[in-house]
Design a protein around this ligand. Structure first.
Ligand code: GDP
Length: 456
């Protein structure tokens, strides 16, 4: 394969920057552009070493650098690779990139290093996809799930399921190829037993997607409450900075804004609506219709009430909205003289946790966080042991495999011959193979890697 090069660090000013090169001519190109301080030409290049020296062009020093050497097959791509650590900043990095290009390297496409790691068999497709997840992770938990996936957790599980299927598939093929051995009945039972086991495992994986989705996308959290209940104060408290836009002017954005925060390791996506941000503006006040829409879509509702006032008509409507939803009732402004308390029977009826808080005086907020943690008992998902699917492509293929399990069962029930049953079982194997990339089309591979950033 050709030798590719790319700037791997993010654009902008930084202490150091890295230009990465991979391919068969990597070290030859490096030889032409890099002058190590200590020249020991006769010594062979060793992997996992670093050399100090200068990048030079026509006798001019371009930068003082450290170069790491990775010798095939022990590198990210499994090819000969080097990483030139130069000073950060666009000018020097671009110059080094340009010199590499002039000396025979080609500009890498987004994700091409990882794509090579996949094509060269060091990682499977699923692991390659986890690299994007790690880079784009918005919370510690998400990064952790990605790393686990990169380590091969899900790949192993998929391999195990495939092996279960293959064990039986061998018998099926024997029965098809040597029909004189009348083993059909036994095989049918074996198939059904295998299908049961496989389906159980697949269903568990499919279900883990719900947790995975939360880990990846955050808990969609909406703050509902009538005007002046304290929605923006709470939002500000959670965001810990005065960022809410309060504007006297008309025509500012009325769309929902989303803010990410991590609370107790849980990623929360706060759905902030124009109604909250601009509650001071009568026109923009969040109507009950809009609240309904938000409530429907939210994973968690924080229903906030002004504890210095009796429950109003609007409050009752909000209570109606949170029935049967994951919600927490917040009685705000306890620092004043509350008349609405946790003992209120109308509130207790709802069967949600009730917490007294003061959004401005920072009372009860920690309790609120603990309650959120309790509600989304993600701690129960032991990320070190359980396997969590976070990628929708994987989830869809698992669902498809489950459908094929059902179809196989159906064909057996209908007394179809083994060669027909075998078709569906092969489809199951194909679905699973697409997850790890063994049976996936080039288009899909290209699409997956196009989502990568440059230099990865
Ligand atoms: P929103 O309309 O629901 O967004 O309510 P705001 O957050 O704008 O709050 C309305 C008013 O109540 C503001 O003057 C806040 O300063 C005040 N407020 C909000 N929370 C508290 C609180 O916990 N204690 C006190 N004393 N005042 C609060």
């Amino acid at each position: 394969m050709s030798t590719i090069v790319s700037i791997s660090t993010a654009p902008g000013i930084g202490g150091i920057g890295i230009v990465r090169m991979s391919g068969k001519d990597c070290f030859e190109i490096l030889d032409k552009i890099f002058e190590p301080k200590v020249k020991n030409k006769e010594a062979k290049i060793k992997g996992y070493t670093m050399k100090y020296g200068h990048i030079v062009e026509n006798g001019n020093i371009i930068d003082e650098v450290l170069v790491s050497y990775f010798k095939e097959p022990k590198s990210y791509t499994t090819e000969n690779m080097c990483e030139i650590n130069s000073h950060g900043g666009n000018i020097v990095l671009r110059k080094i990139l340009e010199i590499c290009l002039k000396n025979g390297a080609e500009l890498a496409e987004p994700g091409e290093f990882t794509k090579r790691a996949f094509l060269n068999g060091r990682i499977d497709l699923l692991q390659a996809e986890s690299v994007i997840d790690i880079i784009e992770a918005k919370s510690e938990r998400e990064a952790k799930t990605g790393i686990k996936q990169l380590e091969g957790g899900i790949s192993k599980k998929i391999a195990e399921i495939k092996q279960n299927i293959l064990d039986v598939m061998v018998n099926i093929e024997v029965s098809i190829d040597y029909p004189e051995y009348d083993v059909e009945d036994v095989t049918n039972n074996q198939i059904l037993e295998m299908l049961k086991q496989v389906e159980e495992k697949l269903l568990k994986l499919e279900k883990s997607f719900d947790d995975g989705k939360i880990i990846k996308e955050g808990i969609k959290t909406a703050i509902l409450g009538k005007p002046n209940a304290g929605k923006s104060s709470l939002l500000n408290n959670i965001l810990k900075e005065e960022r809410a836009i309060v504007t006297e002017f008309e025509g500012t954005t009325r769309d929902a804004i989303e803010e990410f925060v991590t609370i107790k390791g849980l990623p929360l996506k706060l759905i902030d609506t124009a109604g909250i941000r601009q509650a001071k503006d009568e026109v923009e006040k969040i109507g009950i219709a809009k609240s309904k829409e938000i409530a429907k879509d939210a994973d968690l509702i924080l229903a906030i009430f002004d504890s210095t006032k009796e429950l109003s008509e609007e409050d009752f409507e909000i209570l109606e909205l949170i029935k049967n939803k994951k919600a927490i009732i917040l009685l705000n402004k306890v620092d004043l003289q509350p008349i609405l308390t946790e003992q209120n029977s109308k509130l207790k009826e709802i069967n949600c946790p009730i917490i007294s808080i003061s959004a401005t005086q920072d009372i009860g907020i920690e309790e609120l966080y603990k309650e959120i943690e309790k509600l989304f008992n993600l701690n129960e998902i032991n990320l070190d042991q359980d396997i969590v699917i976070t990628n929708v492509r994987h989830k869809n293929l698992i669902s498809k495999a489950i459908e094929n399990v059902e179809k196989t069962k159906e064909t057996i029930k209908n007394g179809m011959p083994l060669d027909v049953i075998a078709i569906f079982i092969k489809d199951m194997l194909e679905d699973l193979g697409q997850i790890t990339g063994e049976t996936v089309s080039e288009d899909i591979i290209n699409e997956i890697f196009s989502k990568f950033c440059l230099g990865k």
